[in-house]
Design a protein around this ligand. Structure first.
Ligand SMILES: Cc1cc2nc3c(=O)[nH]c(=O)nc-3n(C[C@H](O)[C@H](O)[C@H](O)COP(=O)(O)OP(=O)(O)OC[C@H]3O[C@@H](n4cnc5c(N)ncnc54)[C@H](O)[C@@H]3O)c2cc1C
Length: 406
């Protein structure tokens, strides 16, 4: 039993879990990081690593390692509307470059974060957490099963659930709520030989993809992560098959030319996205949840890496201070939950508003058509990507009036 006792156990070594394990270990705590897969491992994703994740990578000191790999930096955003208009928004705000992030296969990105965590804490790969051990209602450890089928119990002052959308820790802690309005589903594929890739993140609201969007996120000058995503409630209502929708988007009139000599590399893979608009409970006695396990995916863009890594930073700060005092109380775990929403709540509210407003094809036609013609509107939209203050305008009816008049 002695060898199985830690100060913190982190379940799941994706970007959220590995970041948190690394930050806690760096503070000098004895951390166990467990994942059911062997690294490097794949995770179906659009592979776009945005500005929020970049700030955490800087805090982790991993920017240089990632830059060395030469992943393609995003230079701007392209949006298109159902009526065929297209607008390019350079990542510039008040004349300065906005940190737009980069596109990088998750098998590479996650492995870099995980290998750095591995240098600082005890890690178990190919080990699945099958249960959470509770004592008088408080999480005190986990039950895990190794590749050989052998089971072991591991104990700690806190269990940190970063085990993704089907989180065992969230389920055992009574935090999973299956509301299809707050889940999306998406499929992604890798294509080589695509024409017209210019380093822009491309988000296309075309008739074939509505009420979701078709994305093209470039990995190089000819290769991209291509996918389509939609709210689960819409998929169920309209009985949508996302694999078919992706095929239709690639073969659509707008894109058939760009994909004429493109080749599908590997298979098309799908996964669910738990959206932050649900504001689910993400802490309890002896445990906290991070990233997808806490349902933190941005409800408009579908980005989850940024909020996941941000939740890791907040948890490491609050749990780290509690461990220093000697124990992690329920009040500490609840403080994490409050601080998390103080930090990301307004961004999530903005994105939820955008998701609702832009679910209407006519609204997208107006917004993208106007942005194509108006420098003022393009600057406003770039500002909303760059600044929290500017995002608040999305909830101001006057902004939409000005947009109509632009
Ligand atoms: C198709 C698609 C496209 C997306 N595109 C983007 C994008 O472009 N940009 C973006 O920012 N986000 C995107 N997302 C969301 C993003 O992928 C997730 O939000 C992100 O992976 C969350 O990271 P995480 O560390 O919280 O969880 P994960 O990355 O899911 O990691 C969880 C880890 O836990 C492990 N695990 C699970 N269960 C157990 C268990 N019982 N025991 C032990 N280990 C376990 C898993 O093996 C995994 O390694 C997309 C999602 C999908 C589905």
């Amino acid at each position: 039993m002695e060898g199985n006792v830690y100060e913190a156990i982190v379940v799941g070594a994706g970007p959220s879990g590995s970041s948190c394990a690394m930050l806690l270990a760096r503070k000098g705590f004895k951390v166990l990081l467990i994942d059911k897969e062997d690294f490097p491992r794949d995770k179906p994703c659009g592979d776009a690593v945005g500005g929020k994740a970049l700030s955490v990578l800087a805090e982790l000191g991993l920017e240089a390692q990632l830059s060395k790999k030469g992943f393609l930096r995003s230079s701007g955003l392209i949006f298109s509307s159902p009526d065929g208009n297209e607008v390019e928004i350079p990542l510039l705000f008040e004349g300065k470059e906005i940190s737009g992030g980069f596109v990088c296969r998750r098998s590479d990105f996650d492995d870099i974060v995980f290998q750095n965590a591995k240098k600082m804490c005890k890690t178990l790969e190919s080990t699945e957490v099958v249960g959470v051990i509770f004592d008088a209602g408080r999480a005190i450890g986990v039950k895990a099963k190794g590749a050989s089928g052998s089971e072991g119990n591991y104990y700690a002052k806190v269990v940190i659930g970063a085990d993704g959308v089907n989180s065992v820790v969230a389920r055992k802690g009574g935090c999973l709520v299956a509301d299809p309005k707050h889940y999306a589903s998406a499929v992604r594929a890798y294509y080589s030989g695509i024409r017209g890739l210019r380093g822009n993140i491309e988000v296309h609201f075309i008739p074939e993809s509505m009420p979701g969007y078709f994305w093209i996120f470039p990995l190089s000058k000819s290769e991209a992560n291509v996918g389509v995503g939609m709210l689960l409630s819409e998929i169920a209502k309209k009985k949508v098959n996302l694999h078919k929708v992706l095929e239709q988007c690639v073969k659509s009139k707008k894109f058939e030319g760009r994909f004429a000599s493109a080749k599908l590399e590997g298979t098309v893979k799908g996964w669910s996205l738990p959206l932050a608009s649900s504001r689910r409970k993400c802490a309890g006695s002896g445990f906290v949840l991070l990233g997808d396990a806490a349902s933190l995916v941005d409800p408009f863009s579908g980005e989850g890496i940024g909020n996941g890594m941000k939740s890791a930073v907040i948890a490491a700060e609050i749990i780290g201070a509690a461990l220093k005092r000697g124990e992690v109380t329920l009040a500490d775990c609840q403080e994490y939950e409050r601080e998390l929403w103080r930090e990301i709540g307004s961004d999530v509210d903005y994105s939820y508003t955008m998701q609702k407003v832009l679910s209407h094809g006519w609204m997208l036609n107006i917004a993208i058509g106007k942005a194509k013609k108006s420098v003022w509107l393009r600057n406003e939209l770039a500002g909303m990507i760059a600044s929290r203050e500017a995002k608040k305008k999305a909830r101001d009816p006057l902004f939409y009036l000005r947009m109509l008049l632009a």
